[in-house]
Design a protein around this ligand. Structure first.
Ligand SMILES: NC(=O)c1ccc[n+]([C@@H]2O[C@H](COP(=O)([O-])OP(=O)(O)OC[C@H]3O[C@@H](n4cnc5c(N)ncnc54)[C@H](OP(=O)(O)O)[C@@H]3O)[C@@H](O)[C@H]2O)c1
Length: 269
């Protein structure tokens, strides 16, 4: 497993590395001495993040500007995973949720969600696992969500995409473990990243205690990776929530989480 080795000479590729959870991965891995490859769409923000990390930690940081909801963007990152200095840790973090419920959504928006949350995760995981299993060394963290465990966001397709990410990671991880390659799904609950504000999802009704800090989520994820966990759910309150979502009958859950503002309302993250 990659993350328990001494970091010098180790390299991590992080998607969505310029904000929120991805940026926290970039900072914490830099502090441990990892070299990095950062991926996001905005090239200016990528360069600024890379310069700041190199200035502070002295590590080598490459950038790949790429829109991972496109074939061209995925192809660019796949090529880097297949060639050049080896990548020892892939963090598939970039993901999106929509501010409108399915019945008011468009095929274009839903396709973009599936392409980023599902298709890009599939492609980059496959591209990374080839060289990793050949070397017998490497790890993949796929950032999923607690929302993937049950019907907690009525009218939203986001949980379905994250259910896929968790199931995919568990399944693929079982088949790569014998080759010394570890695949883990990271399932955070609500995390303060500015994401909801940027996307126009109204979270004002959410109590403060429900929010996690991105740094805490990432620190616990890296500890769980080192322990060899297959699914990481940071924070005790979300571990409890996931246990309930897994064991409480679906019929009761649907009642508890029904959309009280009517089926057409957005459900948030
Ligand atoms: N925040 C939460 O409450 C929460 C809870 C559970 C799970 N998650 C999951 O955690 C992950 C990160 O969420 P976050 O809240 O940290 O997000 P965020 O703060 O909005 O950051 C998103 C990052 O992804 C990049 N990105 C967005 N679209 C992209 C695209 N099409 N191609 C490449 N890069 C793209 C952004 O940079 P550019 O805009 O420059 O591309 C940015 O670096 C997501 O998978 C999300 O579903 C979040």
């Amino acid at each position: 497993m990659t993350a328990d080795r001494p970091a010098p000479g180790r390299r991590a590729l992080i998607t969505g590395a310029t904000a929120g959870i991805g940026e926290s991965f970039a900072r914490q891995l830099s502090a441990e001495g990892w070299d990095l490859i950062l991926v996001a769409r905005d090239a200016t923000r990528l360069d600024a993040t890379a310069a700041e990390l190199t200035g502070r930690y002295g590590n080598r940081v490459e950038v790949i500007p790429a829109d991972l909801s496109t074939d061209d963007g995925c192809g660019r990152v796949e090529r880097r995973l297949a060639t050049g200095d080896p990548v020892h840790l892939l963090v598939n973090n970039a993901g999106l949720s929509l501010s409108r419920p399915f019945l008011r959504s468009t095929v274009a928006d839903e396709t973009q969600l599936l392409r980023l949350n599902v298709h890009a995760v599939l492609r980059l995981t496959l591209a990374a696992l080839g060289p990793m299993t050949e070397r017998g060394d490497g790890a993949v963290i796929n950032v999923s969500s607690v929302a993937g465990f049950g019907p907690v966001m009525p009218g939203s397709t986001y949980p379905a995409s994250k259910a896929w990410v968790t199931s995919f990671s568990e399944s693929i991880g079982q088949s790569t473990r014998a080759s010394g390659v570890h695949v883990m799904a990271l399932c955070p609950g609500y995390t303060r990243t500015g994401y909801h504000e940027r996307t126009g999802i109204d979270m004002s009704a959410m109590p403060r205690w429900i929010w996690l800090r991105a740094d805490d989520v990432v620190a616990e994820a890296l500890r769980d990776l080192r322990k060899g966990k297959t699914v990481s759910v940071p924070d005790w309150k979300y571990k409890l929530a996931v246990a309930s979502l897994r064991h409480v009958p679906r019929r009761l859950l649907r009642g508890a989480f029904r959309d009280r503002r009517g089926q057409l309302d957005p459900a948030g993250e």
